[in-house]
Design a protein around this ligand. Sequence first.
Ligand code: NAD
Length: 366
Amino acid sequence: MDIEVKPAVATSGVLQQMELMDHEQVVFCNDKASGLRAIIGIHNTTLGPALGGTRMWHYAKHEDAVLDVLRLSRGMTFKASIAGLNLGGGKAVIIGDSRTMKSEALLRRFGKFVESLNGKYITAEDVGMSTKDMEQIHTETGHVTGLPEYLGGSGDPSPVTAYGVYMGMKASAKHVYGSDKLTGKKVVVQGAGNVGRYLIQHLVEEGAEVMVADIFEDRLKEVKAVAPQAKVIDPESVFTESMDIFAPCALGGILNDHTIPLLTCAIVAGGANNQLQDETKHGAMLMDRGMAYAPDFLINSGGLINVYGEIVGYNKEVAMKKAEFIYDITRNIHKESAETLVFSGQVAVRFAQERIQSMAQLRTRS
Ligand code: NAD
């Protein structure tokens, strides 16, 4: 059979991007029999093995998947560092619709690819994946976290993630309003998934006025079952609603040239990774509009804190307590941002990089 060999443009593009974003390694996985097409991105392993979830998503183009894994794995490096964990940054994406293409064979084949990296990358769940899926992957590799509790794992990390997001939101409210009370505050939550649902429960308990949007009816029903006070709004209107706080809890890149001018909120604080399409440009746009942005990789680090427990010894209370520190770190970042007029996202990256650099120096000295 003749195989058409395409010019290596795509490969050199990935290498260039890796160089630009400072990635250590990117692994492409392909298995025709199960339909698996996956990419594992390892950004930095200075602090420890690269731990990060696997996302299954129907990307329009392969380039979108590559860019996603590169951005997500870099974010994991900063997240682990700022949360004080001894972990590096990694992430994986499986290309395909998780609702129709996921199978035991596909997940187990993916597990084999993870195993081939000998622990340099440890996986966990992300969008389109569940603890049940981690169990299937675990059949082929021990380098997996976010396992169900009956397998000795920490279970679904989303409650801890959502609690950290809630802490980051409260710290941002303290910075903006002088009080961290969210009672009566209008909060728009984009995405009624795992994180969105638990976050909404905290918010309605505190008496916030919650509006929620999702592209899937069943996810909205799950939210209404636990928080009937939440008002369902159209996904198209999440940016234009009158609100105090915007909580992106769906996918990344949603703070961009088109959406930021539509927002009238005082605070952006949500669980989604990589909310800013362009960190520099869109960070500056948020600042110019006087919006307080709670850095996504910091306030959503609760999930990572939770799964890290599976490596060092799991205790849910300890994980929740550690996630509570997100409040203090967010406060410090907002304060420094206000004093130096540097965007909060950049302040957070600097905090994270400083720890990585000092640990790298410690290693070279010892
Ligand atoms: P999920 O798949 O359970 O939920 C995401 C929800 O967003 C889905 O219900 C989906 O239908 C919805 N959605 C997608 N596009 C949308 C749109 N345009 N408008 C409205 N809704 C839309 O995923 P999750 O676990 O809740 O994660 C949400 C975000 O938080 C992701 O960016 C993820 O990377 C990040 N995150 C999750 C965790 C965790 O512990 N689960 C930890 C850290 C970061």
